[in-house]
Design a binder for this molecule. Structure first.
Ligand code: ACO
Length: 433
């Protein structure tokens, strides 16, 4: 893979270190520094991984400057228009679009793994009635490890595949059970006659006392949101899954780590934060005030749903979501939705503002998704959970890819130590302020 070379020289040394440069299919080359400490006795320093490729991957490609996102080579726009979430999850996991037979088989497997053990259901009773659903997700997903001993031999590819199927299948069931716990309703069991998303909607909004009819518009809108959130290469949560998995931890523990990482407001928690922000802004007359706050370095306020580590252009997912948002709101006779109007005005103002333009800050995937979720009746506390359901497809695919790589090893970053040098212990009675 290494056909180019780079040389590293130091101001205080004569010698030069030769480094291999790897080229991917598309995208920037990567300088191979794996042997740098061995050859030159130095580490590289890159907090936040601004320029560091932590692995090679064939799953997702992003060009943040051009606003390109592809899963296994297929443009996100085509998948959003033509595919379904389960087909996309197959594509991410196995690398190719399935034939009709393969897809039917996959859908059947996922559908038949949606139930969770009754004992696991009782875990929810231990949570406070108003526990955040992401808190329940982190705990319950991790606890799956205690139920599926037949799929945690990481050296067995069939175990890995079975665990991946279980995770994709059970996430909506766990998510809906967390919601039911919050609202004090009985958990609805999965129904095998419904689609992945239709089943999730019935587990969320169905009640034992009446039949639940899936609204095809809600089903399609949510399926599309799941496609758009399914993977995004080495983001914080996916990297967490890989890092935890690199130690040989079981997949349920790895995905629980992904859920925990996703929860943060700088990552998946942003969709919840966007709605809170729009409500705080209140109406268009306040936009300038909040843009000033976002630009003020002494003010911690940031425009939520704006900016991205990789996209310095319009996030292609945000563009699609904005369109769907309009369709959903129109069909649900809610086209005068004040939050959507406010979001559009805010976006327009920010995109004409030097501060945002100079820094390449555009709406990201989360800017409009919360408005659609709310129109579908999904409460704010469940927004990040929606993201977690979808991203599980990406997490398990990366985790499987890592295990398929014969060169994979435990992830163990190094550090630039800036603490105290060696010093001697001082007995307590001799210490002074
Ligand atoms: N509002 C105001 N200013 C911002 C914003 C924002 N949303 N985002 C970045 N900036 C500014 C920073 O202050 C910084 O300015 P400076 O160069 O003058 O110091 C510059 O833009 C670069 O920002 P960084 O924080 O260095 O960018 P980074 O890549 O580390 O952060 C992040 C990306 C976390 C997404 C950031 O843009 C942010 O906090 N956005 C809001 C939260 C959000 O929407 N997160 C969801 C991301 S998408 C996802 O995870 C699904």
């Amino acid at each position: 893979m290494a056909d180019k070379k780079a040389w590293l020289s130091f101001s205080d040394r004569e010698d030069k270190i030769e480094l291999a440069v790897h080229s991917g299919t598309v995208g920037p080359d990567a300088v191979d520094i794996a042997g740098l400490y061995r050859d030159a006795g130095v580490f590289t320093y890159d907090p936040g991984f601004l320029s560091t490729a932590s692995c090679s991957s064939a799953i997702t490609y992003i060009d943040g400057d051009k606003g390109i996102l592809r899963y296994r080579g297929y443009p996100i726009e085509q998948l959003a228009a033509e595919s379904t979430f389960l087909e996309v999850s197959y594509l991410l996991m196995y690398g190719e679009l399935p034939t009709r037979e393969q897809l039917d088989d996959y859908v059947c497997k996922i559908t038949h793994h949606t139930m969770i053990n009754e004992s696991l259901l009782r875990f929810f009773e231990g949570f406070h009635y108003d526990a955040h659903p992401m808190a329940m997700m982190v705990g319950v997903v991790g606890s799956l490890s205690g139920f599926y001993h037949d799929s945690i031999d990481m050296n067995d590819p069939q175990h890995r595949e079975l665990a991946a199927h279980r995770l994709v299948a059970k996430m909506p069931t766990i998510a809906a059970a967390a919601y039911k716990h919050n609202v004090g309703e009985r958990v609805m069991y999965p129904r095998n006659d419904l689609s992945y998303v239709g089943n999730f909607l019935q587990m969320m909004f169905g009640r034992p006392c009446e039949a639940y009819c899936v609204d095809p518009l809600a089903e399609r809108a949510l399926d599309l949101l799941f496609i758009l959130h399914a993977d995004h290469e080495q983001n914080a949560s996916t990297s967490s899954v890989r890092l935890v998995g690199s130690s040989g931890a079981n997949p349920f523990a790895c995905i629980a780590a992904g859920v925990a990482s996703l929860w943060g407001p700088a990552h998946g928690g942003a969709n919840e934060a966007v709605l809170r922000m729009l409500e705080e802004i209140g109406d268009a007359s306040q936009i300038d005030k909040y843009l000033d706050k976002a630009k003020d370095k002494d003010d911690p306020f940031r425009l939520m749903g704006f900016g991205h580590r990789v996209y310095k252009n319009y996030d292609p997912r945000a563009r699609i979501i904005r369109e769907v948002c309009l369709q959903v709101l129109e069909k649900l006779a809610d086209s005068n939705n004040p939050l959507f109007e406010l979001a559009r005005r805010l976006e327009e103002r920010a995109l004409h503002d030097e501060y945002f333009l100079e820094r390449g800050l555009y709406p990201n995937v989360d800017f409009y998704s919360g408005i659609i979720y709310r129109a579908l009746g999904i409460p704010e506390s469940m927004f990040t959970v929606m993201f977690a359901i979808a991203r599980t497809a990406g997490w398990v695919s990366h985790w499987m890819e890592m295990w398929d790589d014969p060169k994979h090893r435990i992830g163990r970053p190094r550090q630039l130590y800036v603490g105290a040098d060696r010093r001697d212990y001082v007995p307590l009675e001799e210490r002074r302020d």
